[in-house]
Design a protein around this ligand. Structure first.
Ligand code: F0G
Length: 454
């Protein structure tokens, strides 16, 4: 099989190409916050791989069969069968997106005084744990500390720390394994780590839940990197992961390649019944959960398309190719490259900037001004802590920028363009100005804050 996309393009959308002056003005108007940019200003959008994938003709055709019956729609059964076939879970609830599953599950399982432990909580996952009154604890593997090492499974949980936590005085109510580990630079989790986690959880009577947004990409990296798995199919590896868990929350906006959707799946009937009551009260009836019949149909098809080895192989190769071009230009990324995103080491590239000048954010702004590329910082703007006068007192451990790659959307020449823009910046990094916060709300400030160049 040649290394090329196993599909051709039959619907296209023009992309805006602005002048540098127009982009500079757009960035000023946006208060130097990429989240404030409107789509008609953006040339290449690498803000998120969520809900941004391209539908297949088969998905669109399935969408036309969408049955919008209030209860018991045919589309629900097709959705249900696809999720059941993939995961093996007994109780499957559709939700409008991943965070709805998190809210419903954690509302039912957690509460004040309880603890949720994870390899790394994604930010909405952490927010939903905390909204329930519980505490979210991240236990990333030690390998994650070294951004440059080629450890194949930096997304793993730290098993010694987990074991100590489970044996300790904390009231651990659930362990959540995020596959792949988005908050941990998109690194995969090994099956060995997942199995050991499941064994520890079982020994302590604590349920294990997968945050399975990128279950197929994790499976692909297991096949490539973990001894003993190379002759298995992505669907078999994904199933083996789900088999180790007591349930899953899943955003389908990633690995079902749809614009909207998610599910909550559980083995425990009593817990599922409580979640179903909350689903009906807040999302929708149990056979649609906030989704249209056409969404359910497109999910059912997408879940089967995403485990195609030819698709996963080229998707992984695309990210790897961009990683090679970026590194050849002298810019570091968190290694090894994952699949859904690359994380640029902005702290290293913009050495002339202090953390208090937000180098990650400065690089994200520069990528837009220089090339119309939108992406977001994962550094001190997102994770840092300031004092009452707005001085950064606790910087983030790393200053990164995430380039998230939508599924089936950009071609090789788009990625070459992205690499060229990055290479241009790398030729004269000192010309990139730092940023200063002008205004910032306390809650979720990276979405709302306004900054300006120094
Ligand atoms: N879990 C993980 C690991 C995620 O990456 C996301 C979303 C969610 C849960 C929440 O799912 O958006 O469907 O409610 N990640 C997106 C991103 C937003 O850009 O990484 P959702």
């Amino acid at each position: 099989m040649p290394l090329m996309e196993p599909y051709r393009i039959k619907v296209v959308e023009p992309i805006p190409v602005l002048t540098r002056a127009e982009r500079t003005e757009a960035m000023q108007t946006a208060g130097y916050n990429p989240f404030n940019l409107s789509a008609d200003r953006i040339t290449i959008d690498l803000l998120s791989d969520s809900g941004t994938g391209a539908l297949s003709a088969a998905q669109q055709a399935a969408g036309a069969l969408g049955d919008e019956t209030y209860a018991g729609a045919r589309s629900y059964f097709r959705f249900h069968d696809a999720v059941a076939e993939l995961t093996g879970f007994e109780h499957i609830l559709p939700v409008h997106q991943g965070r709805a599953a998190e809210r419903i599950l954690f509302g039912a399982m957690l509460g004040p005084g309880r603890v949720c432990v994870s390899n790394t909580h994604f930010d909405t996952t952490r927010a939903n744990v905390e909204l329930s009154g519980a505490t979210a604890v991240d236990l990333p593997s030690a390998a994650m500390k070294d951004l440059d090492s080629d450890d194949p499974f930096k997304g793993d949980i730290d098993l010694d720390a987990l074991s100590a936590m489970l044996a300790g005085p904390e009231d651990v109510a659930v362990v959540v394994m995020t596959i792949t580990n988005n908050g941990g630079a998109g690194q995969p989790v090994s099956m060995a780590n997942l199995r050991a986690t499941a064994e520890l959880c079982r020994a302590h009577g604590v349920p294990l839940i997968l945050d399975a947004a990128r279950f197929a990409e994790n499976a692909w990296l297991v096949i490539q990197r973990e001894p003993g798995w190379s002759d298995r199919t992505p669907a078999e590896v994904a199933r083996a992961a789900f088999d180790l868990a007591d349930g899953a929350v899943c955003s389908l906006k990633k690995d079902a390649i749809v614009h909207m959707g998610g599910f909550l799946a559980l083995r425990d009937r009593e817990l599922a019944t409580r979640c179903e009551a909350m689903l009906i009260a807040t999302e929708g009836f149990r056979t649609y959960g906030g989704l249209a019949g056409r969404d359910l149909e497109m999910i059912a098809v997408g879940l089967r398309e995403v485990v195609d080895p030819a698709y996963l192989r080229t998707r992984a190769a695309q990210t790897e190719y961009l990683a090679e071009l970026i590194q050849a230009a002298g810019v570091s990324i968190v290694r090894p490259a994952g699949i859904h995103a690359l994380y640029l080491n902005a702290g290293r590239l913009l050495r002339h900037l202090e953390p208090a000048q937000y180098p990650g954010h400065a690089l994200a702004c520069e990528l837009f001004v220089a090339g119309g590329i939108r992406c977001a910082e994962l550094g001190s703007l997102y994770l840092g802590v300031e004092d009452a006068e707005g001085r950064l007192v606790k910087p983030a451990p790393y200053e990164l920028v995430r380039l998230a790659i939508p599924r089936r959307v950009y071609t090789q020449s788009h990625l070459e363009y992205v690499a060229e823009v990055i290479a241009g910046i790398a030729k004269d990094p000192e010309s990139v100005p730092g940023q200063r916060i002008v205004s910032a709300p306390k809650l979720l400030r990276h979405f709302h804050c306004r900054t300006e160049p120094i």
